[in-house]
Design a protein around this ligand. Structure first.
Ligand SMILES: [Zn+2]
Length: 64
């Protein structure tokens, strides 16, 4: 009995084809649950609410 050696390494990188499973709006931003249709990998994306509309919180501060 020998240990099965996978022909394709699970850590092999490829072009993931992410599809959005669900998304939830939180106070931190938008949390998006995505899944790869090819290798069934999962990933959770976080889109900070600030990223959608990048705005300066202050005026430009220059070193005096
Ligand atoms: Zn994949």
């Amino acid at each position: 009995m020998i240990a099965a050696e996978p022909l394709t390494s699970p850590i092999r990188t490829h072009e993931h084809g992410w599809i959005t499973e669900s998304r939830h709006r939180t106070s931190e931003g938008l949390v998006i649950y995505v899944r790869c249709v090819d290798c069934d990998a999962h990933r959770i994306d976080m889109v900070p609410s600030a990223a959608a509309t990048p705005a300066a919180l202050s005026t430009v501060v220059t070193g005096a």
